[in-house]
Design a binder for this molecule. Structure first.
Ligand SMILES: [Zn+2]
Length: 279
């Protein structure tokens, strides 16, 4: 699933190409990917100009003149691709936007069809689904505010990091990489962390996410940027997807466990359980 670094890379790519462009038409090929909220707004898109493209958590927001915004969630296998109309379009392309005076069209492609699109009034976007319950942006958080998130949170670190109402944008890959970088065990309760450990986690989160954005995300299976290119951060994963391989820090075999139904990779030596009571 594309996470914060991948979505940020797509957003930056789209920004360069579509800001200031006017929509000449849009076409829904598979209606299942449309959320019902604001569905009537889709008819109003022709003639609207793209004023901004931004990311919130794992969502892509395309703001338009006329007070409307398109929201895209890529979920497991969604892609936003700029392609020439003559380039072959496969059966997984579900939505198309064409722009005036622009060769390329914007395609929403999604093999598994868990992704979705909705068209909302920009003024209400942050108070409606799917944005209203999102937690803070990891890279916008100062240390003090980050530290407060953990007060009284008995949930396991891995589950907290994956919880989009707790922090928006982190998924399975980056949660594991961040916890490794911080030297923290994925099963430790959030409220059990010392100030020092929370600071390490905050620093690790920033380091890993910034580095992954710099490498244009991780391409394990489907992820491609808006120009169809793969990311490069997968080559720098230290624990994710590396079960039984040696830990880059100490050589111990990386372990894989299930937490909340998701695979979690960690080094049992570098990320030992904290046995302190969570008072
Ligand atoms: Zn290790």
């Amino acid at each position: 699933m594309p996470e914060l670094p991948e979505v940020e890379t797509i957003v930056r790519g789209l920004r360069r190409r579509i800001i200031g462009r006017t929509i000449s038409s849009c076409r829904v090929i598979e209606t299942r990917i449309l959320r019902k909220t604001g569905i009537h707004n889709l008819e109003k898109l022709t003639g609207c100009k793209v004023t901004a493209v931004e990311r919130r958590g794992k969502l892509i927001l395309v703001h338009l003149s006329g007070g409307l915004s398109l929201v895209f969630h890529l979920k497991m296998t969604g892609q936003m691709l700029l392609a020439l109309p003559q380039e072959p379009r496969d059966k997984h392309t579900h939505f198309l936007i064409n722009f005036r005076m622009m060769d390329a069209e914007l395609r929403f492609r999604d093999v598994r069809k868990f992704g979705f699109i909705c068209c909302l009034e920009t003024s209400k976007i942050f108070t409606e689904e799917p944005l209203k319950n999102l937690g803070p942006e990891p890279l916008d958080l100062e240390y003090g505010a980050f530290s407060e998130l953990f007060v009284g949170r008995k949930g396991r670190l891995k589950s907290l990091l994956l919880n989009q109402a707790f922090l928006a944008g982190i998924g399975n890959i980056y949660a594991d990489e961040i916890l490794f970088q911080a030297g923290l065990n994925p099963l430790s309760p959030g409220s059990s962390l010392s100030e020092k450990e929370i600071f390490r986690l905050w620093q690790a989160m920033r380091t890993v996410l910034h580095e992954a954005i710099k490498k244009k995300g991780s391409s394990l299976r489907d992820y491609r940027d808006a120009e169809g290119r793969k990311g490069n951060f997968q080559h720098l994963h230290k624990v994710y997807g590396r079960e039984s391989l040696p830990c880059p820090g100490c050589g111990t075999h990386i372990q894989r466990i299930r937490i909340g139904g998701r695979s979690s990779f960690f080094c049992p030596q570098c990320q030992r359980r904290i046995s302190r009571s969570s008072s």
